[in-house]
Write a protein that binds this ligand. Structure first.
Ligand code: NAD
Ligand code: IPM
Ligand code: MN
Length: 360
């Protein structure tokens, strides 16, 4: 039976990185006879301009029906502050995550040996790094009510958001983390702020409870401020990190720099049935959009995750990962991962280089 992949560019560099990743995915589809079919839809700022909302009905219909979704990035200064919050490009991304129930966001930070020189950290800290950040994606302060900006009695305005997690939400993301750890190095570090925030006191309790069902996995806890520091002084101490929506957003951008660039960090966002939405962790990079200099590798590796988790085509996913390795071996680099002696190429050429390396 053929499976359907919905491809969404988004805004800014989303257009360029998706063009590159789409080429790779379609080439693998041919080479490995995966029998995938493809469709396209819009999400974000350009979708708002065209349809009046960032998550248009047409996209919703297609997204609900698709087996998997490959996405670029969205947002940009042209939409900042011009529309109500629920019509902003970013609201489109939050809406689709919530609509599809994509609660489990997997963000693997893996350092390629070839890129050790591109990381701002010392080579010995980076070489061999392989950590998996499991970020809860449909709860926490991103979605908690009440929220808003209100005017106080004295006329001063006050902004407010609410950080909330139910036991059931914590339990299901915990299970994802423990199951991931069972296939890896059997260690989960849960990151919270239980010394200050009640919501994470409960988070810690539920993590402990779930851990009892996974006696082969070692659970530890760390406060988020310390975790931010430990990621820089000793990132290799971690195997799986599990945390809430906001902390996961921040820590994954930090972890990306250990791998050399935010342009190297892919992600998978999964629902309870492993239906998935795959996107790089970075944004639409308005500062470099349209210049053919963005790094498409995070998006290309997100396509590999799509094949692995939603299509069940692990060997095709391995084929893409191996091709990325060969391109890096050949010294080809986009600007963000460039170092002395390497060959500087653009986004489109990087996509083509990966396509060419698929069958080497
Ligand atoms: P950003 O990730 O877009 O960019 C941060 C920096 O990293 C910029 O200097 C950018 O040039 C660089 N960068 C990002 N991706 C790159 C790549 N593939 N190759 C080379 N360099 C890359 O974050 P930002 O500047 O804070 O946000 C820009 C817009 O993107 C905002 O509208 C924001 O809301 C949105 N955003 C969207 C997503 C998403 O779609 N998932 C994620 C983060 C931010
Ligand atoms: C990400 C982004 C999004 C988030 C924004 C654009 C809503 O930063 O995917 O990491 O905060 O989750
Ligand atoms: Mn982010």
């Amino acid at each position: 039976m053929s499976k359907n992949v919905l491809i969404i560019e988004g805004d800014g560099i989303g257009v360029e990185i998706i063009a590159a990743a789409e080429k790779v995915l379609k080439a693998v589809n041919e080479i490995d006879n995966l029998n995938l079919t493809f469709d396209t839809a819009m999400l974000g700022g350009r979708a708002y301009d065209q349809y009046g909302k960032p998550y248009p009905d047409d996209t919703q219909t297609k997204a609900r029906a698709a087996d998997a979704i490959l996405f670029g990035a969205l947002g940009g200064p042209q939409w900042d502050g011009k529309t109500e919050r629920h019509l902003r490009p970013e609201a489109g991304l939050l809406d689709i995550r919530s609509d599809l129930g994509l609660f489990a966001n997997l963000r693997p930070a893996v350092a390629f040996e070839q890129l050790v020189a591109a990381s701002p950290l010392k080579p010995e800290l980076v070489g061999g790094l392989d950590i998996m950040i499991v970020r809860e994606l449909t709860g926490g302060i991103y979605f908690g009510q009440p929220r808003g900006i209100r005017t106080l009695e004295n006329g001063e305005k006050q902004g407010f958001n609410t950080d909330v997690y139910k036991e059931s939400e914590i339990r299901r993301i915990a299970k994802v983390a423990f199951e991931a750890a069972q296939k890896r190095n059997k260690r989960v570090c849960s990151v919270d702020k239980a010394n200050v925030l009640e919501v994470t006191v409960l988070w810690r309790e539920v993590m402990e409870e779930v851990a009892k069902g996974y006696p082969d996995v070692e659970l530890s806890h760390m406060y988020v401020d310390n975790a931010a520091m430990q990621l820089v002084i000793n990132p290799k101490q971690f195997d799986v990190l599990v945390t809430g929506n906001l902390f996961g957003d921040i820590l994954s951008d930090e972890a990306s720099m250990i791998t050399g660039s935010i342009g190297m960090l892919p992600s998978a966002s999964l629902d309870v049935n492993n239906k998935g939405f795959y996107e790089p962790c970075h944004g639409s990079a308005p500062d470099i959009a349209g210049q053919d200099i963005a790094n498409p590798l995070a998006t290309i590796m997100s396509a590999a995750m799509l094949l692995r988790y939603s299509i069940g085509a692990a060997s095709s996913a391995d084929r893409i990962q191996a091709a990325v390795g060969r391109v890096l071996d050949a010294g080809l680099r986009t600007k963000d991962i460039y170092s002395d002696g390497m060959t500087l190429i653009g986004c489109e050429a990087m996509g083509q280089a990966v396509v060419d390396a698929l069958t080497e």
